[in-house]
Design a protein around this ligand. Structure first.
Ligand code: PSV
Ligand code: MN
Ligand code: MN
Length: 426
């Protein structure tokens, strides 16, 4: 489905007056607090989040999968979907591919398509958590950590192939997430599997192009339920340090045990210059991968508060790769992604409103109440007119979800692609 500029401008015209009133009112309020509204809007317009190719179809659980229909069944259609999201929101200017699910058949055509949709290729993801058809070795008992050298070699070679695919597309980073671990005590020797993983990662790192980064993701459990080799940020940080300057930790919001202080992890990693990438999602219990901001929006704001602080004060930390990693079983995936993008931008905008110098002052005199008030004052501000303004300025829709529904995009996709499509991937 093609979205024309006229679709967006005609839609925006209907509510432009109301938006302008809301934006001006908020601008006046922020002005009185010495906040430069235009700077905030500018920062929001620049903030781009990569969409994972595997989130474009309705996800499933191990109990079942309910199609949302009209889902993309190849890479071209996946790019089209991200293009739609980007045209509507002007926030989704990149896609993150998963190999082997997304190997392009025609690289030039895919690159041309991405260019025409104004999309970049963000991190490429390897997959050693499933056995691929015709694979010689099995990952049933681990990949990069395996005690069998031939299995490790196959997993290393796969990651190196993924880098080569990414290079052809103009991607600049590799994300490694490993399912490796054990289901039962005694199954693995902890030291052996950790050492094997470190050595395997070093072999992959050796072939990383100079201008690339390697992101090492951690996760406490699932699919292994007794231990995971890269279980936490400390393990990832240690492995990234062992590999070298181009290796970083990737924080996935769902990859923590309940009540973990993620904002503190973010802050520590940025101080040490080792936070490379971010996977946004939300959760109530574990790696639930539900819509960003749907369960714990205040926690997301606190995380963004540290990210903003880090971006302003930690030049030792590189620019971050922002990605969504969510998957949904019962919503239209594109609507869900729009909700996630909105929640991310909202938390970012609120964090930008935090009066950092007042906070520093209150901290220095141990005025705990004032510290909390400063954070909550920013959090309680309704920043949605700023988000809408950023979209408007960049050619996006004032209300992307309303326009998506108004145009009945999903119905058009179903007509174009058929009802019983299955997105490749998870
Ligand atoms: C599995 O937990 C996972 O959600 C990881 O977060 C990866 O980033 C993603 O799958 C894709 O491999
Ligand atoms: Mn992830
Ligand atoms: Mn996950």
């Amino acid at each position: 489905m093609k979205l024309y500029e006229s679709h967006i401008s005609e839609f925006n015209e209907k509510s432009i007056k109301e938006h302008q009133n809301q934006f001006d009112f908020l601008g006046d309020t922020l002005d009185k607090k010495n906040i430069n509204t235009l700077n905030v809007v500018d920062a929001l317009a620049k903030f781009q989040v990569a969409i994972p190719s595997w989130a474009l179809g309705a996800g499933g659980t191990r109990f079942g999968r309910f199609s949302y229909f009209g889902e993309p069944s190849n890479l071209t259609q996946k790019l089209d979907d991200v293009g739609l999201l980007h045209a509507l929101t002007q926030t989704a200017g990149a896609i993150s591919l998963h190999i082997p699910w997304d190997v392009p058949e025609d690289y030039n055509a895919i690159k041309e398509q991405a260019k025409s949709l104004n999309l970049k290729f963000d991190a490429v993801n390897s997959n050693t958590f499933q056995d691929q058809a015709n694979a010689k070795e099995s990952y049933k008992f681990g990949s990069l950590c395996n005690t069998d050298e031939a299995i490790r070699a196959q997993a290393i070679a796969h990651n190196q192939d993924v880098i080569k695919i990414g290079e052809k597309l103009g991607s600049k980073s590799l994300t490694v997430w490993l399912a490796d671990g054990a289901n039962f005590p005694g199954q693995n020797n902890f030291q052996t599997v950790l050492s094997n993983t470190e050595n395997s990662l070093k072999s992959i790192y050796k072939t990383l192009p100079d201008d690339w980064k390697m992101f090492i993701e951690y996760k406490p459990y699932e699919p292994n339920f007794y231990s995971t080799v890269i279980q936490d940020w400390g393990t990832s940080f240690m492995l990234a340090n062992a590999c070298g300057d181009k290796a970083y930790t990737l924080v996935d919001l769902g990859h923590h045990l309940p009540n973990t202080n993620i904002e503190q992890i973010v802050s520590t990693l940025m101080l040490k210059g080792k936070l490379g990438g971010f996977h946004f999602n939300d959760s109530k219990y574990g790696d639930d991968d539900v819509t960003v901001g749907s369960v714990k929006p205040y926690a997301l704001f606190l995380i963004f508060n540290e990210l903003v602080y880090g971006m302003q004060n930690n030049p030792q930390n590189p620019d971050l790769s922002w990605m969504i990693d969510a998957s949904h079983n019962i919503k239209d995936p594109l609507e869900d992604l729009m909700q996630s993008l909105e929640a991310i931008q909202e938390a970012y905008a609120k964090a930008l409103l935090v009066d950092q110098s007042a906070l520093k002052q209150a901290q220095s005199v141990h005025d705990v109440v004032a510290c909390q008030e400063i954070l909550q004052r920013a959090y309680r501000t309704d920043v949605r007119p700023l988000l809408a303004q950023a979209r408007l300025q960049s050619g996006g829709a004032l209300d992307p979800l309303a326009l998506y529904r108004g145009l009945d995009v999903r119905q058009t996709l179903i007509e174009e692609r058929g009802k019983h499509t299955i997105a490749s991937g998870l």
